[in-house]
Design a protein around this ligand. Structure first.
Ligand SMILES: Cc1cc2nc3c(=O)[nH]c(=O)nc-3n(C[C@H](O)[C@H](O)[C@H](O)COP(=O)(O)O)c2cc1C
Length: 182
């Protein structure tokens, strides 16, 4: 059975976006994929925790899609984590709701791939910098997948962005259609 995918999208200025906007457009009408734009749905920042928890229980794979801001996510996604991933629902008891689900981080970074290296100016790899996301998922019993990363976001040509969007679409389709284990 195809997996149900929930894309939690966090971009505070979508009208200025070049990369994330196109990535999102490439996946938003796919069957089995639900896009939830946090900044659009919560312009005042007040998150409906019950609604979010219900949406999580109804999907198999969660995608945290956002531009990389200060080596992390825009703040509304952090607020979402703080409020939605509560004790008893997401972690802390035997029978929590997120166990066995998967999480994919999908980000665009201004920095180049080589800059995210111990000997370059960003000093850490992307995977190291995403450790709080990985460990949050792990603590909730979720499998943290290899992140989908588009580097050099500010310098990409229109063609390169189109190619990145197609790679994102293929990644999401592969996750959706991946055979379940017997
Ligand atoms: C507030 C802010 C913080 C940023 N922090 C980082 C950062 O830590 N690392 C990085 O590589 N790029 C950083 N950038 C660049 C963004 O990641 C880049 O502009 C974005 O991914 C482009 O995607 P978009 O076209 O969808 O907006 C930052 C940009 C802003 C506005």
């Amino acid at each position: 059975m195809p997996r149900r995918i929930l894309i939690l999208f966090a971009h505070p200025a979508l009208e200025k976006s070049r990369v994330n906007r196109q990535l999102l457009a490439a996946v938003k009408n796919l069957e089995g994929v639900m896009v939830h734009d946090l900044y659009e749905d919560y312009p005042d920042g007040f998150i409906d925790v019950r609604r979010e928890q219900k949406a999580l229980t109804e999907h198999d794979i969660v995608v945290w899609q956002h531009p990389f801001f200060w080596y992390s996510s825009p703040s509304l996604l952090k607020e979402w984590q703080d409020l939605v991933l509560t004790y008893g629902f997401a972690f802390g008891t035997e029978d929590t709701a997120l166990k066995g689900k998967k999480v994919l981080t999908a980000i665009a970074t201004g920095g180049s791939e080589v800059s995210y290296h111990p000997e370059c100016f960003n000093r850490f790899t992307i995977r190291q910098l995403l450790a709080p996301f990985e460990q949050t998922a792990t603590l909730c019993g979720m499998e943290y997948l290899e992140p989908f990363v588009i580097h050099d976001a500010l310098d990409l040509t229109a063609d390169q962005i189109t190619q990145a969007a197609e790679r994102y679409r293929q990644t999401i389709l592969a996750l959706r259609d991946e055979a379940t284990e017997p």
